[in-house]
Design a protein around this ligand. Sequence first.
Ligand SMILES: [Zn+2]
Length: 436
Amino acid sequence: MFIMYKNISATILFIFFTIIFIFQSAKTYGQALPQKCATEMYMQQLYAKNPQLKKSLIDAENNETNIQRTQAIITIPVVVHVLHRGEPIGTNTHITPQQIESQITILNNDFRAQNDDITNVPIVFQSKIGDTKIQFCLATLDPDSNPTSGIIYKQTNQPYFSLDNNVKFDTSGGSNAWPADQYLNMWVCDLRNFNGDNLLGFAQFPNGPAETDGIVVRYEAFGNVGNVSLPYNKGRTTTHEVGHWLNLIHIWGDNVCGNDLVSDTPTQEQANFGNVVNGAYLCPGFPHVTCNNGPDGDMYMNYMDYTFDKCMHMFTKGQSNRMNKAIVDYRASFLTTKDLCVPPNISPDTNVVNFELVSNNTLLNSINILIIGNLSTDVEVAVYNTLGQSVLSATYAKSETATAMKIDLPNLKTGFYYISIFANSKQSKLKFYKLQ
Ligand SMILES: [Zn+2]
């Protein structure tokens, strides 16, 4: 009798907490979470306008092949177009250069299987992890071979952008693509679906029109520092969209138990999402068996699923082969193009750090630096552009007391620079971004 009573209590408690759980999930989903990815809808639009494009892609679909490249690793130059509303830098849509750089780092880690959270991949899937040997850089040369930061900041009057490609054209308040055979264009903006709800991103598959080629990502989902929002705050939207740009299909094949044309990803019923419980973002539990894919179940930790950023950790070897095949079949210019990611030609540091920058994000026509420790010599200052070309040099007389100094930066264009300090027989440099 006592045991029975206990069971009834437990059952009532269980039902009670289940109701709370369902209520909380529904409430949080209904209010906050943006639509994940609209690539499929975008491509349907494109195919409707251009049926031949769909046919050519289908004709070329013969699963992944193991592609042999002459280059061990290829690096794809990226240009990021930021469409903002004129807010101060670092506010809302006007994201910082540091936020943009963080996204490039994430892409490189994810595509090379060097992400810290790869250890969360269940043991049964670890042997399937693929290193794509594809890397990315912010372009250092623009289409006219001039130095560039690889970032275009542009103020727009558009309240937001959607799937209509307005973001990709100057004439509609967006920013024109750089040549798509030399650069991966990324547009970062206030992105919404046609209902006006927030949308994380969409991509154009290979072989489409050059002037709209690339990916579009919502500003709050780009990178992992600055204006990023949970649960899409680790840059995995961009990893997912670049996967589409390199011909990857959603892991559930955009169909019930569909086919993603990759042999080492399990067939799965549909997209996996995370759960929101009392404000906490929870990943799916392992295993999640659907479509007779037991015992290991869905590969919900794959970048081409729909879970939260912190739940995504891997591409497979098959996906890596499919992406590399897409480069050979559709994007071969990236294998032969001139190097648009030239690293700066600056002599290496002779000391780790002996100065710091003050107010890194408000650099207009001057930069404040602080030398750490005492000064025994004059201070030689040099500023280099992203190619390592000297654009400014000056000598500041040593001072017994002042180690803080203001360096004037007149007539420097907007963009990334390196400032090098030589003092006390030591030299070191730091990267900074000069605003207009
Ligand atoms: Zn997608």
